[in-house]
Design a protein around this ligand. Structure first.
Ligand code: CUA
Length: 357
């Protein structure tokens, strides 16, 4: 485990060094694909403040309940063996005990004491997390859950994106700390935000704004998922949090705000025409164009992402083509229909989509 982390850090340093040398690598680091992938969503390896704060009471609860489990199981096994039916048994009932104040007190008071300890330990941490005071420079994100993808707004920056949350890393030094606070909302049913290494679960509930925050200290790609069953593709409502160095985060922001390059080649232009003449634009938004749909993900800077379909496939030519051809093949039951496009039409729409960066 430590070794992998060390290699990751080394890989990151090498990547950072190469980045300084090669301007071509800039785009890769804007999307965060050069960063170490924290592949395992590990609750025992917190990498961000609320997750670290939860770790201590979680372990206290785990050890106390493990102790209860061991005591109860040992007693159970002992009693089952010691008092099993024997061949010499005469079939008469053993003496029945009613109204033993001592026994009743024991099984009432001890569990109450244990529960009070658990309440005190957890409520203290819950309070610390909920009453977090944010510095002025904290990043603010509004995350909206949809069946089955994540809509991400940066109100301070005027950026809208999907499925991949980009944030700057923070520092332990309070003078340099930059946490990210997240408002959670839902467009349809209840979803749940869970990136185990960064923070505990918080639900996204319709007609309500829940709040959480993250404060990671190491650059990397952190994996999360929807943690509340929300329909057919709940399992493929995946989420990535890309934690940047402050400089890379500024680069990502600049790339998001930069104008979208106009299509050039004839196939790109053909694809643009098709995109704007079919129902694509009813659901998708592209910059300030007439495409202002809000039912599907914003496609303005599509090519700066690592995946499509909320993490169901990597964003490459092959999968993008397959997605445009028939999303129902790639993600059964997703709300984007098969548009019945001919292969040549798919070619040109994909060529156009690839200009969105
Ligand atoms: Cu969204 Cu499960």
């Amino acid at each position: 485990m430590g070794n992998v982390k060390h290699q990751n850090q080394q890989g990151f340093l090498i990547a950072a060094f190469l980045l300084m040398l090669s301007p071509g690598a800039l785009l890769a680091n804007v999307s965060g694909s050069d960063y170490p992938m924290k592949r395992v969503t590990d609750i025992f390896d917190p990498q961000s403040l609320p997750a670290e704060m939860i770790m201590t009471p979680a372990m206290v609860v785990l050890w106390i309940t493990l102790g209860i489990f061991v005591v109860v199981t040992t007693l159970l096994v002992f009693i089952v063996i010691r008092y099993r039916r024997k061949s010499s048994d005469d079939g008469s009932e053993p003496p029945q005990i009613y109204g033993s104040t001592n026994i009743e007190l024991a099984w009432t008071v001890i569990p109450i004491l244990i529960t009070v300890v658990l309440i005190l330990v957890t409520s203290r941490t819950i309070g610390e997390i909920q009453n977090k005071v944010f510095p002025e420079n904290a990043l603010h994100i509004r995350l909206v859950g949809h069946q089955w993808w994540w809509e991400i707004h940066y109100p301070q920056l005027g950026i809208i994106t999907a499925n991949e949350i980009h944030v700057p890393m923070s520092y332990r030094d309070p003078a340099k700390a930059r946490p990210t606070r997240i408002d959670l909302q839902s467009a349809d049913v209840i979803h749940s935000f869970w990136v185990p290494q960064l923070a505990g679960k918080t639900d996204l509930v319709p007609n309500r704004t829940n709040k959480t925050w993250i404060e990671p200290f190491e650059p990397g790609v952190y994996f999360g998922n929807c943690a509340e069953y929300c329909g057919t593709q709940h399992a493929n409502m995946l989420l990535r949090v890309i934690v940047h160095t402050p400089e890379d985060f500024e680069r990502w922001v600049a790339a998001q705000k930069a104008p979208i390059p106009a299509p050039v080649t004839s196939v790109e232009l053909e694809g643009e025409k098709l995109f704007y003449s079919t129902s694509c634009i009813n659901c998708h938004k592209v910059g300030d164009s007439v495409a202002q749909g809000i039912f599907g993900p914003d496609l303005s800077k599509l090519m700066l992402r690592q995946t499509i379909g909320a993490g169901v496939a990597p964003l490459d030519d092959k999968h993008l083509w397959a997605w445009v051809k028939d999303p129902q093949e790639v993600k059964v039951g997703c709300l984007m229909p098969n548009m019945q496009l001919l292969d040549a039409e798919v070619d040109s729409i994909v060529a156009y989509l690839k200009t969105l960066k």
